[in-house]
Design a protein around this ligand. Structure first.
Ligand code: SF4
Length: 373
């Protein structure tokens, strides 16, 4: 089942949190380029009587969050009612670890995630830019005590004694903690440039999770991921599986300790979208290949290199070229481009997200953790 336009998930319609605030350039700059799609959508539906009234607003410099952030309790248990197992991007319109959300409320969200894995076989994908708070909370024994208690309660509430599968789930519900994170919950951190990657990397690497991943989008610069190559590993992982195998991860002093299980990269869409240089995407692809990390190229966004643009331009297009550490914008008329779109010269053309697509050097990259389809 796929009810999401986000390429790396099946569903993005579980949104138990409303509201957020910008935290770094990937969220958008003040009145300038790019911006958070959630903020733009929320502002569109922020009139009195609409779902995001009070959470976002339209201002003269564009959409803005107001700073109000709340759990939507009436949506809390939605995934428990979805019978078909799916990968669920939880809260695609907010950040689970926003500072305005008390840890006890985040525990309730996690409890539902745990129950959704046990009861329905879902995979829950959680993405944050607040990696420090995620780590702090998930390292806390008290937090997991709350999760386990609440998860047990949700399982009990939802258990129909006539449904054997649910009954089995109740019988097998485990206790989780910092040393034993639940299977089926993937924790990801978003970073857009080298500074944010370097700041957030130690936090993600230390966060207890069955699967840890990066979302490097909107990619705003080249990144050195600092991954160790496969041949640098000396761990013995005969029979190692990804799920529920936290205790068999690469451990220090192995240079691959903390390495992510998955990397997603992509560009920005929307009216003020910023471009991705093809070499930034290629470099991340190649670093992942050398380190044995699955790589998923999500999209170019609004701007694409010539090879992804198809037929010669039939109308004047915006172009951009990267030099001297910055983008330089121009236009190309159909007469200028009658021989087609040059590959990387100018570097990128604004052809829109749909036409730009998601091939990199002629193919898609759809890597998933542990080879999950
Ligand atoms: S953290 Fe995510 S949801 Fe919040 S403003 Fe930034 S991009 Fe938007």
């Amino acid at each position: 089942m796929t009810v999401s336009k986000i390429e790396w998930t099946d569903r993005s319609d579980w949104n138990p949190i409303r509201g957020c605030t910008r935290v770094s350039p990937g969220c958008g700059g003040p009145g300038k380029h790019g911006g958070c799609y959630a903020e733009a959508i929320a502002a569109r539906f922020s009139d009195p009587g609409q779902p995001f009234h009070g959470f976002a607003e339209r201002t003269s410099s564009g959409p803005r969050w107001t700073g109000k952030v709340e759990v939507q309790w009436d949506r809390l248990t939605a995934p428990l009612g979805w019978r078909k197992p799916a990968r669920i991007f939880a809260s695609s319109m907010a950040d689970w670890f926003h500072e305005a959300l008390p840890a006890a409320e985040i525990a309730s969200l996690f409890a539902v995630a745990v129950a959704a894995v046990h009861l329905r076989g879902h995979t829950i994908q959680i993405l944050t830019k607040r990696a420090d708070r995620m780590r702090e909370i998930l390292e806390s024994e008290a937090f997991w005590g709350q999760v386990n208690a609440e998860a047990g309660m949700h399982v009990m509430e939802r258990t129909d004694p006539l449904d054997r599968r649910w009954g089995d789930a109740r019988a097998t519900l485990e206790e989780y903690g910092p040393g034993k994170p639940p299977p089926g919950i993937w924790l990801g951190v978003s970073a857009e440039d080298q500074r944010r990657y370097d700041e957030r990397r130690p936090q993600l690497e230390a966060t207890p999770a069955a699967v840890r991943f990066w979302s490097l989008e909107p990619l705003l610069g080249g990144l050195d991921l600092g991954l160790a190559d496969d041949d640098e590993c000396y761990c013995d992982f005969a029979g190692r599986g990804f799920f529920g195998s936290f205790d068999r991860r690469h451990a220090a002093p192995c240079p691959k300790a903390g390495q992510p299980d998955w990397v997603i990269a992509g560009g920005e869409s929307g009216p003020r979208a910023r471009p991705v240089h093809p070499d930034w995407a290629r470099s991340i692809r190649d670093q992942c290949a050398a380190a044995g990390v699955p790589f998923f190229f999500k999209q170019w966004g609004e701007w694409a290199p010539g090879e992804a643009c198809g037929a010669p331009p039939t109308r004047t297009e915006q172009t951009t070229t990267w030099w001297n550490e910055g983008w330089h914008f121009g236009t190309q008329t159909p007469a200028d481009g009658r021989n087609g779109h040059g590959d990387d010269e100018p570097d990128l053309y604004r052809v829109g997200k749909r036409r730009a697509g998601r091939t990199l050097d002629g193919r898609t990259h759809d890597g998933m953790p542990g080879g999950a389809a």
